[in-house]
Design a protein around this ligand. Structure first.
Ligand code: MN3
Length: 222
C-alpha cells in the first residue's frame, strides 16, 4: 500500500526566526516528498520482482528501500519533534525523560553537549538521535549516516536532528553548529517525553521482546 506525505504539524513559517520558512517548505514539500515517492517506487519494483520470480534486482532494491523508508520515517519524526518557540519549543526535558537523561548522561547540560557534538560531527549527510534501547534499558545518542545505519536494532527514537545540508544551507550555509543551536530553540521536549512514555510502556508489556533475554523493565525512574 502506498504511503503519503504527512502534513506538517505547523505552518512553514512557524519556526521563525530560528528556522526559516523557505528551508522548511523545501525540506518538507520536496525532500521529504522525494523519500515518500522513492519508497513507493521501490515497493512497486519489489512486488514486480516477486511476481516475476526475479531475484537479481532484490539486493539493490532492498538498499534503496532502507534509504527511502529511513528518510520517510526520520523526517516524519523530525518535523514532529519540533515546535514553535511560542508553542512549547525549546527548553529541556521534563518528567520521566528528564530523570532518565540525568541517570544516563549526568545532567541535561551534559547530554546537550554530547548530542550537539554528535550532530556537529556527523561526516557528510546524517542525523543525531536520542534513542531508548530497551534491551540495554538505557538512553543512547546515535550518530546516523545518511538515513539508516549505526543504530542498534530495536532502539526507539525519541528526538532527533537532521544535519543533511538541505536542512540548513539556505540560511546557515556551512555553519552547521549555528543551525544546531537554532534547533535547540524549537526542539519539542513534550513530544520526546511522549515517545519515551510510549517506549517504556511497550517495554514493560514485553521486556524480552527482541532476544528473549531476561531484561528488567526500566522502571526505576517511572
Ligand atoms: Mn532532511
Amino acid at each position: 500500500m502506498a504511503i503519503k506525505l504527512p502534513d506538517l504539524p505547523y505552518a512553514y513559517d512557524a519556526l521563525e526566526p530560528h528556522l526559516d520558512a523557505k528551508t522548511l517548505e523545501i525540506h518538507h514539500s520536496k525532500h521529504h516528498k522525494a523519500y515518500v515517492d522513492g519508497f513507493n517506487e521501490v515497493e512497486a519494483a519489489l512486488k514486480d520482482a516477486r511476481e516475476k520470480g526475479d531475484k537479481r534486482p532484490v539486493p539493490a532494491l532492498e538498499a534503496k528501500l532502507a534509504f527511502h523508508a529511513g528518510g520517510h520515517v526520520n523526517h516524519t519524526l523530525f518535523f514532529a519533534n519540533m515546535a514553535p518557540a511560542s508553542g512549547g519549543g525549546g527548553g529541556a526535558a521534563t518528567g520521566a525523560l528528564a530523570q532518565a537523561i540525568q541517570r544516563d548522561f549526568g545532567s541535561f547540560e551534559k547530554f546537550r553537549a554530547q548530542f550537539t557534538a554528535t550532530a556537529a560531527g556527523v561526516e557528510g549527510n546524517g542525523w543525531a538521535w536520542l534513542v531508548y534501547q530497551p534491551l540495554l534499558a538505557r538512553l543512547e545518542i546515535a550518530g546516523v549516516m545518511n538515513h539508516e545505519n549505526q543504530l542498534v536494532l530495536g532502539s526507539m527514537p525519541l528526538i532527533g536532528i537532521d544535519v543533511w545540508e538541505h536542512a540548513y544551507y539556505l540560511k546557515f550555509q556551512n555553519r552547521r553548529p549555528d543551525f544546531i543551536e537554532a534547533w535547540w530553540k524549537v526542539a519539542s521536549w513534550a513530544e520526546a517525553g511522549r515517545r519515551f512514555d510510549l517506549a517504556l510502556g511497550a517495554h514493560a508489556r514485553n521486556p524480552g521482546v527482541a532476544a528473549g533475554a531476561p531484561v528488567k523493565a526500566s522502571d526505576s525512574f517511572a
